[in-house]
Design a protein around this ligand. Sequence first.
Ligand SMILES: [Zn+2]
Length: 172
Amino acid sequence: MFSQTIYVYLCSSVAKREKLEMFSLGDLYKQVIIDHTKAPRNFGKLEPCSHDAEGFNPLCGDQLHVYLQINDDNIIEDVKFEGQGCSISTASASLMTENLKGKSIDEFQHMFDAFHDMATADMSDEPDEEVLGKLAVLAGVKEFPSRIKCATLCWHTVKSAIEDAGEPARTE
Ligand SMILES: [Zn+2]
């Protein structure tokens, strides 16, 4: 059933690959990722915003633009994203925006590190669910090395916006 939904969003070759991968993920992972792909949270432009950046993952073709409103106390008051990408990159950005609102920049940094560890660490390591909460559903991506950058793109893009790097974040 979900494969038909995914087909709507993707060209068929990508969809075939994703279908195979999705079957290997646990049911909870699948449900959450499909839900966020079909109905991304905080999708759109944030105007005005204090920080923004673009991100690109050439490996898959994912493109993102993130917008942040950060107040004088370094709290992320609002965050939104736009772009086009595969289901993992869209779901990851959607889940990230849901979890960043109200967090401080220090907390973001902490979550960035925990997420990065989760996506790239040894298979036997358990994700830090205390820091990551619902984001831990994306732990399954590390079984698919080619998709790790799809999941981490949004985090690199927010980091680049906060650091005001001035150049698009790239995973390559
Ligand atoms: Zn991707």
